[in-house]
Design a protein around this ligand. Sequence first.
Ligand code: MLC
Ligand code: AMP
Length: 470
Amino acid sequence: MLLPALSGAFGDRPDAIQIADQTASREAVLGAATATADRIAGLDAVAVWATASMETLVGVVAGLIAGVPVVPVPPDAGPAERDHVLRDSGAALLLVAPREAAAPALHGLPVPVAPINLAARSSTSYPEPPAEQTALILYTSGTTGAPKGALIPHGAIAADLDALADAWAWTPDDLLVHGLPLFHVHGLVLGALGPLRLGSRLRHTGRPTPEAYAAAGGTLYFGVPTVWSRVCAVPPAAQALSSARLLVSGSAPLPVPVFELLRELTGQRPVERYGMTETLITISTRADGERRPGYVGLPLAGVETRLVGDDGTAVPADGESPGELQVRGPVLFRGYRNAAEANERAFTPDGWFRTGDIATVGPDGWHRIVGRASTDLIKSGGYRIGAGEVENALLAHPAVREAAVIGAPHPDLGQQVVAYVVAESVTEAQLIDFVASRIAVHKRPRRVHLMERLPRNAMGKVQKKLLPSG
Ligand code: MLC
Ligand code: AMP
C-alpha cells in the first residue's frame, strides 16, 4: 500500500494534516480523496491545480487511489505553459479548489474544470495499482523546448520514501514542517506524500517564510537553500528551530556559509540531500551520521551511482576527479511522455540514468555535486528553469528579435535568470512581465539587458560566455 497512514496504520488525530489555514484528519483526507476517486476512475490522466491547499492533496491522493496518473499544474503557470502541460499530459479533467474555480487563470482551458469537495465521503475500495503504474506526471524543464512530463511510478515513490525514512529516521512521531510548492518532487512527493506513507504529521506553512517555520514547532523541516538562507537572515526565527530534530536542505546546492550560519544559529548541522524530478532523491547525509558542508553524502538504500568521463570511461572515486553522475535503482522514473529522443538520450544502453550533474566521489563514497554539464539548465530558488524555454517566451514578444538567457550567480536565489535581448521599443519591465504572463512566474528573468547585437561565433551560435556578467 502506497499511503498506509491514510488507512489508520499510525493512528489519527484531527490536526494530522495542516496546509496553510486548512486542517484535516487522515480519515477525512482518505474519505474526500476516495469520493474524488469515484469521479475520476477510468480517466487516462487527471490534472490538479496545485495551489498550497488541502484540495491539492486530496486531488493528488484521489488519482493515486483510483490508479489515474496525476498531473500537478503549477498555479503560477501562464497560459502557454499551462496549456502545454494540460494537452501534452492527456489529462481529461482539471481538479481545482472550489474557491479557485472562477479564477481568470482558469478561463479558456483545453480541458473541463471540476471543483474538489472536501466534505464529500466515499468508502469505495480500489485495488492497489501495480508498482510500475504511473502515479505522477511531473513537468520539468530541459535545456531547450517546452517542459517534458516525467512519468513517476507508484513503486518509485514507495521505494524513495522508505529509503528516506531509513536515512533520516523519519517516523510517525515526527511533525514535518515546510512551505514548498505542491507541484514538484520536494514539496509534493517528499513533503506531502511522505507523511501519508510514513505516518508523521504535516504542517505546510503556505509560504516558506522564516516566521512561519519558527512558529510551527516541528521536529523535521524541509527547505531549499534560498529558504534556509532567508531563515538565517532572521536570527530569532533560526534560533526557534534549535529544538527541531532534523533540518533538511535540497533541490539546489546549499552554500557552505549558509550551512555554517545554520549551525551557529540553531546548533544543528543540516542534512543535505540530492535528487531530481526524474530520479526522486538518490543521495543524502544521514540522521545518524556525519554531515559535511558542501557534500550530499551517500547513495540511499537500493540506489547505485557511478561517475563517467567525457570519453565514456569510469572516473575514479578519488574525491577530486569530476565526472557525470549516473544513477540506477528502484526510484527512477519510466521516461518522459511523448519524447522518444529525449528518452534515448536520458539513459545509457545499460540502463543508467544520466543526471547531467557533475560530481566527485571520495574513497569513502561521499558525493559532492560540483556543477552541471549544461549551463542551459538554471536553478533559481530551487526551481529548474531551461534557458531555451525562457528564450522562446521572449522571442514570442513582437518587439524581440534575438534573445539569450543565462543563470547568473545570485546570493539569495543561487542563480537568477538574466536575459540579453535585441529588441526595439520595449522596456526591461515590459519584457519581464511578458515572460511572467506566458510561462511560470518563477521562470521570469529578474534582469533584462537590451543589446545592439548578441556575441556569436562564425557558425552564428550565441557565445553565452561572452555576454557581459550580471
Ligand atoms: C513577482 N511576482 C510577479 C512578478 N514578479 N507576478 C507577476 N509578474 C511579475 N513580473 C509575484 C509572484 O507571483 C509571487 O506572488 C511574488 O511576486 C513573489 O515571487 P518571487 O519573487 O518569484 O518569489 P521568490 O521570493 O523569489 O521565491 C523564493 C522561494 C521560491 C524560495 C519561496 O523560489 C520557492 O518556493 N522555491 C521552491 C522551489 C522548489 O520547491 N523546488 C523543488 C524542485 S524538485 P505570490 O502570490 O506567489 O506571493 C527538485 C528535486 C529535489 O529539485 O532534489 O528536491
Ligand atoms: P529538478 O528537476 O527541479 O528536480 O532539479 C534537479 C536538479 O537540482 C539536479 O539535477 C541538480 O542539479 C539540482 N540539485 C538537487 N539537489 C541538489 C543538491 N543537494 N546539491 C546540488 N544540486 C542539487
